[in-house]
Design a binder for this molecule. Structure first.
Ligand code: NAD
Length: 464
């Protein structure tokens, strides 16, 4: 008989094996969970060099510094946080009871869900595979990871490393192209977390719906930045350049465009150029600036810029030395582009930053409200009334005030989108709960009050 080696068959086999292991051990102890977390930490510490090298090859170029800072350090921090809080998170959570039920006790126990699928994009291929894994293992689950086909070196390395540090019935990696990803999303997981684009997120949710598999969707979008009229634009420029040019703008929460008071727009452009030159001087930029993943992504970004040129938009490109390998695009500012151009309609996901002038703060808020709810919002202000107004007037997945990107590194904050930028949040306690079943439990301690309500009726009404 011939063996069935189709992707579907391999996937069902992997899921079946993990589910059987889960059924034989459905509530791992604190010690087991900590041991799994410790193995992620060991993997990262012992294999950091290999990880940085693989990521750099996939990106054409990405500096060791950037991969360590953006992928390894936040994972180690999340591991420390989770490890030290896990005992408390696993404890049953006492809940209140109403007067008529004083004889009972109520609590919530967070139970593992089972086997969870993790679908990973290419832009942070380690952080977005192992970040969810930390929360998933802390919550006592098992996991199958599907990395992106656009980062084949990192994907192959992850598969190899996970197989070294974990048994295949604990955590495993399945590699493959879009066909495998589509089959993966159709598996009857106990939960599926997908990080990627909104367009593919819709397909994944539709596939998961056939199995009633609950999903967490970590999607993209255009994250706006508002500089309030009173805020020092040079100081804002410093933080914006940091958030925008990390990973060459290929960050889901990168500032996508900046809203600035019309009278200060030119001064902001100058300050941004100065800051770009300070961060990426010609002597170091070729080794410190990250490449663009994939020819298609590169062409998409160039196409967006070409459209701006064709429509007479002012474009300011920073003169930096680019990496020698792969594809790259210099940091580029696009000044006051029309709102119907591609760069203002689609998520940019590259080192291009549109600057949009506003006449009033209300106008800036209305601009954001008129667009799909973004994953992140950045506000620069020292004025508490402006802060209150912007926070009350907008909806976004997360917010950082007077900085960029920082919220994603806070272990005790939920991270996620809203509406088209995502469903459900994770990280820390929120991740532990996201990948658990909150089982509400009621226990009769001495006397069951329901006995007063049993038929034949009559006594209860007297009692009440
Ligand atoms: P993508 O949606 O193209 O791919 C993500 C994953 O989906 C990949 O693993 C791919 O194999 C898989 N996939 C592709 N086609 C599929 C299909 N038809 N069915 C099932 N799976 C399929 O996204 P990308 O280009 O890898 O990543 C960029 C996007 O991800 C951006 O929109 C970015 O904002 C978003 N993103 C979001 C977050 C977040 O935390 N919210 C983080 C990083 C990236």
């Amino acid at each position: 008989m011939s063996e069935d080696n189709s992707a579907e068959s391999l996937l069902s086999h992997a899921l079946g094996r993990q589910r059987a292991a889960f059924e034989s051990d459905p509530y791992p102890t604190l010690g087991q969970r900590r041991d799994r977390l410790d193995r992620i930490a060991r993997l990262l510490k012992e294999r950091e060099q290999e990880i940085c090298a693989a990521v750099s090859r996939d990106f054409g170029h990405r500096s060791l510094h950037e991969t360590t800072m953006l992928e390894i350090v936040p994972l180690m921090s999340a591991l420390r946080h989770t490890r030290s809080h896990l005992k408390r998170w696993m404890k049953p959570e006492r809940r209140g009871r109403s007067l008529e039920f004083l004889q009972l006790s109520n609590w919530v126990q967070y139970q593992p869900l089972g086997v969870i699928g993790i679908m990973v994009p290419w832009n942070y291929p380690v952080f977005l595979a192992l970040g969810p894994l930390i929360d998933i293992l802390a919550a006592g689950n098992r996991a199958i990871i599907k990395p992106s086909e656009l980062v084949p070196q990192t994907s192959a390395l992850l598969a190899r490393l996970i197989a070294e540090y974990f048994a295949p019935d604990e955590v495993t990696v399945i590699e493959g192209g879009v066909d495998v990803a589509a089959a993966f999303s159709a598996l009857p997981f106990d939960h599926l977390i997908f990080t990627g684009s909104t367009a593919v997120g819709k397909k994944v949710m539709a596939a998961a719906a056939a199995n009633l598999t609950p999903v967490t969707l970590e999607l993209g979008g255009k994250s706006p930045t508002i500089i309030a009229p009173e805020y020092d634009h040079a100081s804002a420029a410093r933080d914006i350049v940091f958030g925008k040019l990390m990973n060459a703008g290929q960050t889901c929460i990168a500032p996508d465009y900046v809203l600035v008071e019309r009278s200060r727009m030119d001064r902001l452009v100058e300050a941004l150029v100065t800051e770009i030159k300070r961060c990426y001087p010609r002597q170091t930029s070729a080794t410190q600036y990250t490449g663009i993943v994939g020819e298609r992504g590169h062409e998409r970004l160039l196409g967006g810029l070409q459209e701006c040129h064709d429509r007479g938009v002012r474009v300011v490109s920073a003169d930096i030395a680019l990496p020698q390998t792969g594809f790259s695009i210099a940091p580029t500012l696009v000044i006051d582009p029309p709102v119907d151009c591609r760069l203002m309609e689609d998520e940019i996901f590259g080192p291009i930053l549109p600057i949009i002038p506003y006449d009033t703060l209300d106008g800036a808020i209305a601009f954001i409200r008129a667009r799909p709810r973004p994953l992140a919002l950045y506000l620069f202000t020292g004025n508490s009334e402006i802060e209150r107004k912007v926070l009350a007037g907008t909806i976004s997945g997360n917010v950082t005030i007077n900085g960029t990107l920082l919220h994603v590194a806070q272990n005790d904050l939920p991270f996620g989108g809203v509406g088209p930028s995502g469903i459900g949040a994770y990280h820390g306690l929120d991740g532990f709960k996201r990948f658990s079943h909150a089982r509400g439990t009621t226990k009769v301690r001495i006397f069951n009050p329901a006995r007063l309500a049993m038929p034949p009726y009559g006594r209860l009404t007297e009692f009440l």
